[in-house]
Design a protein around this ligand. Structure first.
Ligand SMILES: [Zn+2]
Length: 71
């Protein structure tokens, strides 16, 4: 193996790919909390009318306090 072979390693392309993946992750807005434990739909919001009354949105399933904590 010679020094020329080491210098010609095409590293720049790998760096570009990694940057593109990081950009995609950053562009994803954290609007989704988690997945509904009842129906499996993506939960975008949780409406609370009291300590024991929580409703997942937009699917509308009732959630227990323990389920809300896990979201
Ligand atoms: Zn649901």
């Amino acid at each position: 193996m010679t020094a020329d072979e080491l210098d010609s390693s095409p590293d720049p392309s790998d760096v570009e790919t990694r940057d593109a993946i990081l950009e995609q992750v950053d562009l994803n807005p954290p609007t989704r909390l988690s997945w509904c434990p009842n129906c499996g739909e993506a939960v975008g919001s949780v409406t609370s009318r009291g300590l024991l009354d929580h409703t997942a949105g937009p699917c509308g399933c009732s959630l227990t306090p323990g389920q809300v904590k896990r979201l």
